[in-house]
Design a protein around this ligand. Structure first.
Ligand code: DAH
Length: 334
């Protein structure tokens, strides 16, 4: 039996030394040291051997067990480090990679353009003013010299919240709220949301406007034109072409519509288009009367412009609805 033990030792140690993978090593552990393994069987056999041989056999078998266990441990450790070194790179974390940054947002194009408008007019001395979006008919219409039967007051054009209360249809009511609070000279810019019953490719039921108002002694239409030309050149570039078209607004006299000529690229073709971006004019004496201003002494100009329209002219955007759909493919371009 001692012979068997020796044979087993030679065979097992040779196999362990030849194990090519961790898997092989584990198979050998089961083969020799497992519950049904060869050495385990041999150890059981020791108890059946003649009494006088048992101590020697038990000692030899136990020594073999220790030798095999040690050999397996050594082989496993060698194979283990070799295998992890050889593991394909993609399975291992590359600790030298920079961390993943969480995606970072930015201001919406409407906010960006609004901020720029405020900044340019701010340099000229205009201060920011605000007013409520849910507005009284008085501020939205009456105080702005808009008669009761004016078509803009129709429920087809205006969202009525309650009798006498509307969602403001323009930022012009902020003019009146400012004039009620402040004596001339005033120069304010009022950005904000406005609402109209309207929807097509250049109209949306909610959109953004900026209002401007300047009142002082001796303000003329030339001041209005000079201010707006400077403003639009800063905003849209020195080459921008601007046209003032005679128009009518109840709260200004004379009044004009502001058009800018912008170029759009479509299918490799350059097209020039006129886009109406707002209105302007000299504040109507009746509006000053509502405000409690002396219209013999003061004159002023006012203007109101669509923020999306300006952004459309600047970035050649052909539908206003892109602004509100929240599509990141659009928004991330700006
Ligand atoms: N409130 C007008 C609108 O929404 C725009 C406008 C025109 C504003 C003339 C003004 C102005 O202040 O003087 O269409």
């Amino acid at each position: 039996m001692l012979e068997t033990i020796e044979k087993l030792r030679t065979q097992a140690l040779a196999e362990i030394a030849g194990a090519a993978s961790l898997r092989d090593a584990e198979d050998l552990r089961v083969k020799y040291l497992g519950r049904k393994g060869e050495l385990t069987g041999l150890l059981r056999g020791v108890s059946e051997a003649p009494q006088d041989q048992r101590p020697a056999l038990g000692k030899a078998a136990n020594e073999l067990k220790i030798a095999l266990t040690t050999a397996l441990e050594e082989r496993t450790s060698v194979l283990g480090s070799a295998e992890s070194a050889a593991k394909p790179a993609e399975d291992l974390p590359d600790l030298s990679l920079p961390g993943r940054r969480p995606p970072k947002g930015h201001l919406h194009l409407v906010s960006q353009v609004t901020d720029e408008i405020i900044e340019i007019l701010g340099e000229l001395g205009f201060q920011v003013a605000t007013g409520p979006e849910v507005e009284t008919e008085y501020y939205n219409f009456d105080a702005l010299n808009t008669p009761d039967d004016h078509p803009a007051r129709d429920s087809h054009d205006t969202f009525f919240v309650a009798p006498g209360t509307v969602l403001r249809t323009h930022t012009s009511p902020v003019q009146m709220r400012v004039m009620e609070r402040c004596k001339p000279p005033v120069a304010v810019v009022a950005p904000g949301r406005v609402y109209r019953v309207d929807a097509d490719s250049t109209h949306s039921p909610m959109f953004y406007q900026v209002e401007g108002l300047l009142v002082d002694e001796g303000v003329s239409f030339a001041d209005l034109k000079g201010t707006l030309m400077h403003f639009l050149k800063r905003l849209l570039g020195g080459n921008v072409k601007v046209r003032f078209n005679p128009h009518f607004f109840p709260f200004t006299e004379p009044s004009a519509e502001i058009h800018v000529l912008w170029t759009s690229e479509r299918g490799g073709q350059t097209q020039e288009r006129l886009l109406e971006i707002g209105g302007c004019g000299m504040v109507h004496p009746r509006v000053f009367e509502y405000a409690g201003y002396d219209y013999e002494r003061y004159t002023g100009f006012a203007f109101g412009m669509g923020v999306e329209r300006i952004a459309m002219a600047r970035h050649q955007i052909n539908s206003i609805h892109h602004f509100y759909e929240g599509d990141l493919r659009f928004l991330e371009q700006f």
